[in-house]
Write a new protein. Sequence first.
Length: 460
Amino acid sequence: MAVPPVAASAASTTASGRRTITGTIDGTDFRVELPQSWNGTLVLYSHGYLPEGFPSFAIGLTNRAPDRSETEAWLLDHGYALAASQFADEGFGYAVERGLHDQIALLDWFDANVGAPQHTVATAQSMGAGIATQLAERHPQRFAGVATMCGAYDTHATFNSGLDVLFAIRTLLAPDQDIDLVHPEDPTGSARALTDAIQQALITKLGQARLALAAALSNVTGWYSAHEPRPTDPVEQIHNQAEWLQYAYTLGFGPPGRLDLERRAGGNPSSNVGVDYRRQLTRSAQTTQVEQAYRTAGLNLRADLDRLAAAPRIAADPAAVDYMHHIAVPQGRTPVPVLTMHTLGDGGAPPHQERWYAEQVRRAGNPDMLRQLYVNRGGHCSFSAAEEIAMLRTLFTRIHTGRWPDISPRPLNQTARGLGDPYQLVLDLGRTFTDAPMPPAFTTYAPPRQGDCVVDRRAP
């Protein structure tokens, strides 16, 4: 096989006999960690979306950040080798195409310079989940299993859904402002105008109701903090939804994120042509909350849905749609076992993504090769090391025995709890960026359907 040139590499060995190797392959930084005694399994990690300006740190190998990754230490203690590419462009933006290329380049390098693994497991978080599942679909002979956390599998549908939310905000809350939702000429200014509209809406009951409607179009949850219980007060829920809308949607799926995506896709891949927002609301998991908010505000929901229906629509660039379908949409083939894990309160990558992926597997793969776990907690990717390790141990058992172990919440919580206190810390990624101990929270859950966000919205 052809191995891309290594521009630079360095290795160090600790007193325990572990080795760290860092370097670049084809201009992309990578990091490899080797245990003192390797058990033959390599864990290849694909990171999530990093917005421009996100604080830089060492290349991550697990869901927990490198400076606080108890999972990384546990895997090395148990003989697993770890590797990850940062992807080109320092890992920023929607680097799915580069991730698919750079991870295989790293795997080639590992084979040539360390040794061919007996088993390679693709792990990932958020945007990286689409990369990990596609790596196994495209290179089934090179992977033994896939484990994803807080997956945003289908970047194309995710941006369509983000367009729905921001279209509703612009139409209902900022109708007279010049805000570019696609092809942004002033992404910073457009994002600021959307954020201002959201903050102003929180002041009044009318604005709160319209925020609830916009959030419902993508099942954006009213549970933002990983460290706080699920809010029960309707107004507090809307304030939590507004935090998701400001930070995940306005920036990530809004004009700044779209500028990066359109550069990669060669145009705008998103469309809301033909989308029936009245129908989408009826299929949302949050219809009742929206209706209640409108009644409280004394506002006519039908009139606002009529305004959305009458507003000029946004068409996609067909070539950009084709790019996304080629690069960013897993087919659902399952040549190896796939295990997923998602928090119930995730509003950045709502858990309906798991339902969508399971439906893909039912159409194109083998449902017996897929298992899905849920954690009763708010936030995006807010898992403890104990929960991550319990998930990985489940997949390792499936790979080595050919059978899934019991994945009901009780044994999973017992396994996670048995790892001890240092493994129970959970990072609140959205609000405080601090750790706090949280009890294991595996639970049973059936994610909702998400309106029309996952249909093929090609330009007419």
